[in-house]
Write a new protein. Structure first.
Length: 446
């Protein structure tokens, strides 16, 4: 015998009221969730965003602006060198051969998930859109969604392609962006190429057998001219060296970085345009040659004058030199763009035959450093190589961009994640009226 449990029935009209209230509450919750959390790259749809004015936050949900802005991602830690990176969200679905560290080649371990970055968008009217510059990051409306892109060309600009690189008015796009004085977020964030303190065996090596360079047990390079026979130790600030066949001249004592590609058993290689985020992307890698050297400077002994560091950067047309004054301890940065000289052609001779006027740099050894007029020892912990984002054409992009003039009321936009971004390389120029606003700042994910 079955037992049926019944309940008292509520009046139909009261039930309808409760249902209506419940549905309304759910709708409000869904709307709040979409505005506060979903925010696909960048907005649910253009119609909702077009009703906004002033400034407001949105969350990035796609990878097209990495490394400047990140969408949802995972954090990974290298088992070998302990470096932590944000990588693509589908990390667990990748083959083991893709889950390796781009710095040392060690296996990666997934730690946690990270929400997309939050950016602030300032809505622009037509007059304000006319003041935009190359390098500005904007929110554009495309296919009924807001997307974050970087302005690469403005009305009247001419785009050309040379060796797959994108030129704007006969200047490489990354050069035009890097040399502008506009504030954040004009410049893309740089990508790490190498961090020396994460290697047991350094990729940096002195070019001379007898050298003032040494590396300690903490993987820190230092320059100690008083440690070798032949150098003066009077702290006079000069380059005086006692004549000695085995003592190096300071002006020729280069420390040279030799790049290695970890996915090919650390074979010597040019610096690749790789992205730590794009672990699962299979593509042809290209040479990157807009480099940066960064380090902390620590004086080991008192000095009577600032140290002068000379940096030589490889360039396909020769060598470019930058001179950097180290006035005090702390972080230092020397970029390719600090070079004041025009590229000097490389001599047709071996590095052993190079004199102090020619630095030993090649495609595989793209950066070298030396000191001049140094009378005291100095340490360079956290010696690292970084690179700028370099913009290129891909095989799948439009074939009519090799000589393209941007028409009135149009702009050409790109993403900083050059290998994967969906942008004007496929769409072509977009109308100015598709620009909704300018991204003026970002906040770390919650």
């Amino acid at each position: 015998m079955s037992k049926t449990i019944t309940s008292a029935k509520k009046p139909a009209h009261k039930t309808a009221i409760w249902l209506t209230l419940a549905v309304s509450a759910c709708s409000i919750l869904v709307l709040l969730y979409s505005l506060g959390n979903q925010r696909p790259d960048l907005a649910p749809n253009a119609q909702q965003s077009s009703e906004r004015s002033g400034s407001f936050p949105f969350r990035i949900s796609g990878p097209s602006m990495v490394p400047t802005f990140f969408g949802p991602s995972c954090r990974s830690r290298c088992v070998r060198c302990q470096r932590i990176d944000r990588v693509e969200p589908h990390f667990d679905q990748l083959l083991a051969r893709h889950q390796i560290c781009g710095i040392c080649g060690g296996p990666l371990h997934r730690t946690d998930e990270v929400a997309g970055d939050i950016v602030e968008i300032v809505a622009l009217d037509e007059t304000q859109k006319a003041t935009l510059q190359i390098g500005d990051v904007v929110a554009i409306e495309y296919n009924s969604k807001l997307r974050a892109k970087r302005i690469a060309a403005l009305p009247g600009d001419t785009i050309s392609i040379r060796d797959e690189r994108i030129f704007i008015n006969d200047q490489r796009l990354e050069d035009a962006i890097a040399t502008t004085r506009a504030p954040f977020p004009t410049r893309p964030k740089r990508l790490i190429v190498d961090e020396d303190n994460r290697h047991e065996i350094s990729r940096w090596q002195p070019k001379q057998k007898n050298t003032f360079w040494k590396r300690d047990s903490h993987s820190h390079w230092s320059y100690e001219p008083s440690n070798l026979v032949g150098s003066t130790s009077d702290n006079s600030g000069s380059d005086n060296v006692v004549p000695d066949a085995d003592a190096p001249r300071v002006n020729n004592d280069w420390l040279v970085y030799r790049h290695q590609y970890v996915r090919q058993h650390n074979q010597p290689s040019f610096v690749e345009d790789d992205y730590a985020f794009n672990l699962g992307v299979s593509r042809r890698l290209n040479e990157a040659n807009r480099l940066v050297i960064s380090f902390d400077a620590e004086s080991i002994s008192p000095a009577s004058a600032p140290f002068t560091l000379h940096v030589a950067f490889w360039n396909a047309n020769g060598v470019v030199y930058a001179k950097h004054a180290i006035a005090k301890s702390g972080p230092n940065l020397v970029t390719y763009y600090e070079a004041r000289s025009k590229p000097k052609p490389l001599p047709k001779r071996s590095p052993r035959q190079m004199t102090q006027s020619i630095a030993p740099v090649t495609r595989e050894e793209p950066v070298s450093i030396r000191f001049s007029k140094i009378a005291a020892a100095v340490s360079l912990p956290k010696l690292s190589i970084e690179r700028f984002v370099e913009y290129r054409l891909r095989d799948s992009d439009r074939d009519d961009l090799h000589q393209l003039k941007i028409g009135p009321g149009e702009v050409f936009v790109l993403g900083d994640n050059v290998p994967v971004s969906d942008d004007s390389r496929r769409w072509g120029p977009i109308p100015l009226n598709q620009i909704y606003g300018k991204i003026v700042r970002s906040y770390p994910p919650e």
